[in-house]
Write a protein that binds this ligand. Structure first.
Ligand code: F6R
Ligand code: MG
Ligand code: MG
Length: 371
C-alpha cells in the first residue's frame, strides 16, 4: 500500500461576530468543494472543522506533502468560503487569503499548514490539534512534554520502544534556519532554544534509528507560518495547528493529551498582543469571547483506516479537563487585572508586529533630551 498523507490546512476567512467563531455556511461551502475533491480522487477523505474563527480542513490523500492538487483544492475551499463570508459581510472576510491567485502551494499565501506522509500502521491513531488566538510557539511546551518529558510520558521511562527518545526539528523562524536535536542527550540545548517560543519553534518530531517507524517519517508536525512576515504588516496571530501520531512505540493518546492539562501562558489573545493561558476546550466551546479569548486549543482524534478518516472524537470534551479549564480562568482573571501592563501585554520587541508602533510614532516628537 502506498503511503498516506494527512494534511491539516487552515485559514481565517471571516469570523462572526468579530473574531469569535466560523459561520456554519462557511463550513458547508468548504465541504462542498472537498466532496468534489473526494469524488474526483484528489483526496481520499476529509473533515471540515473549526476552532474559534479559523476554518480547519483535515484531508487524507496519496499525493504526499506540498501537493499542488491538494493545496489547490484547499485554496478553492477557502475561496468559496470567502465568497460566502463576503455575502454575509462577516468580519475580516478573506483575512488570510493574502494572495489573489493560487500558485501551486498555499505556503506563504496566508493559510497555515501541518501535513505528514507516512506508512499507515496496523492501527493508526492521530490527533489534529487546532489553536486559536496564539502563535506556533504555543506548541513548543506541549510537544516537548509529549516526546521528551518523562514526567509527562511514562512510556519514555517504562516502554523499551520509546526509551531511546526522539529527534526534534527546530526552526528559527526569524532567520529561516533549522536544526535537528536528539533527546534525551541534547535536551538542555533543545530547551535553550524552544524556551524562546516566539523565535524557535518545533517543526517536526522524528523517531530515532532502530524504531519500528522509519526515522525519515515524522510523528508530529506543527504549522509554522508567520502571517506578519507574509503580509508585511499585522493581520492577526497565526493560530497554529499540529498533527501528532500516537501509540505503539509513540506516546499513548493520553500522554499526547496530558501536557494540555497545564494551561501554560502563550502570546496572542486580544489584538495578538497579550500573554494568557491556553485553555483546552470541546468543539462547541471553541468560541473566543472573553477579551477575544482566552486562547484555546481543540483536539480532534482519528484512526486512519486505509486512507480514510475514522472520527473525529472531540478529545477535550471530557470532565477530566474541567480542572484545567477552571485553572485557566483563574489565570485569565489574574492576567487581565494587569490591563495594559506587561507581562500581560507582550514585551516591546514582540509588540513590533502589532499596531503599537503606530502609536509610538505619533509620540516620537514629544520627547526631549535629558541632560
Ligand atoms: C486576535 C484578534 C482580535 C483582533 C481584535 C481587533 O488575534 O484577531 O483580538 O485583533 O478584535 O480587531 P480589529 O482591529 O479588526 O477591530
Ligand atoms: Mg479573525
Ligand atoms: Mg483565529
Amino acid at each position: 500500500m502506498s503511503k498516506v498523507t494527512i494534511s491539516l490546512i487552515k485559514a481565517d476567512v471571516g469570523g462572526y461576530p468579530g473574531h469569535v467563531a466560523v459561520h456554519p455556511e462557511l463550513k458547508s461551502a468548504a465541504e462542498q468543494v472537498l466532496s468534489e475533491g473526494r469524488e474526483t480522487g484528489v483526496i481520499e477523505d476529509f473533515r471540515v472543522l473549526s476552532a474559534g474563527d479559523d476554518l480547519e480542513l483535515v484531508m487524507s490523500h496519496r499525493r504526499g506533502v506540498d501537493s499542488q492538487d491538494v493545496h489547490g483544492l484547499a485554496w478553492k475551499a477557502f475561496e468559496k468560503a470567502t465568497e460566502r463570508a463576503k455575502e454575509l459581510k462577516l468580519y475580516g472576510a478573506g483575512q488570510d487569503m493574502l494572495s489573489d491567485a493560487f500558485s501551486g502551494n498555499v505556503r506563504g499565501m496566508g493559510p497555515g499548514v501541518a501535513e505528514m506522509e507516512f506508512r499507515e500502521r496496523k492501527a493508526e491513531p492521530i490527533v489534529a490539534f487546532m489553536m486559536d488566538k496564539t502563535e506556533p510557539g504555543a506548541f513548543n511546551l506541549p510537544i516537548f512534554r509529549m516526546f521528551a518529558d518523562p514526567f509527562n510520558t511514562a512510556g519514555l521511562v517504562i516502554d523499551p520502544s520509546l526509551h531511546s527518545g526522539f529527534r526534534f526539528e527546530v526552526w528559527d523562524i526569524m532567520e529561516h534556519r533549522r536544526v535537528l536535536m536528539d533527546t534525551p542527550e541534547e535536551m538542555y540545548s533543545l530547551l535553550a532554544l524552544i524556551g524562546a517560543k516566539s523565535r524557535y519553534v518545533i517543526k517536526r518530531v522524528y523517531p530515532k534509528e532502530g524504531h519500528a517507524i522509519d526515522s525519515s517519517e515524522p510523528v508530529a508536525v506543527v504549522s509554522t507560518e508567520k502571517l506578519y512576515q507574509i503580509a508585511g504588516e499585522y493581520v492577526g496571530k497565526d493560530d497554529p495547528v499540529a498533527l501528532v501520531r500516537a501509540q505503539s512505540g509513540l506516546p499513548a493518546l493520553g500522554e499526547v493529551l496530558e501536557p494540555f492539562a497545564f494551561p501554560h501562558l502563550v502570546s496572542g489573545w486580544m489584538r495578538g498582543s497579550h500573554n494568557g493561558p491556553i485553555m483546552p476546550v470541546s468543539f462547541s466551546s471553541a468560541r473566543c469571547t472573553r477579551f477575544d479569548g482566552p486562547p484555546r486549543v481543540v483536539a480532534a482524534g482519528f484512526q486512519v483506516c486505509n486512507g480514510r478518516l475514522v472520527g473525529p472524537v472531540d478529545l477535550f470534551d471530557d470532565p477530566g479537563f474541567d480542572y484545567t479549564r477552571q485553572k485557566a480562568q483563574e489565570i485569565a482573571e489574574y492576567m487581565r487585572r494587569h490591563g495594559p501592563f506587561e507581562p500581560h501585554r507582550l514585551p516591546l520587541e514582540d509588540m513590533e508586529y502589532t499596531t503599537l508602533p503606530k502609536i509610538m510614532e505619533k509620540l516620537k516628537h514629544r520627547f526631549e533630551k535629558v541632560e
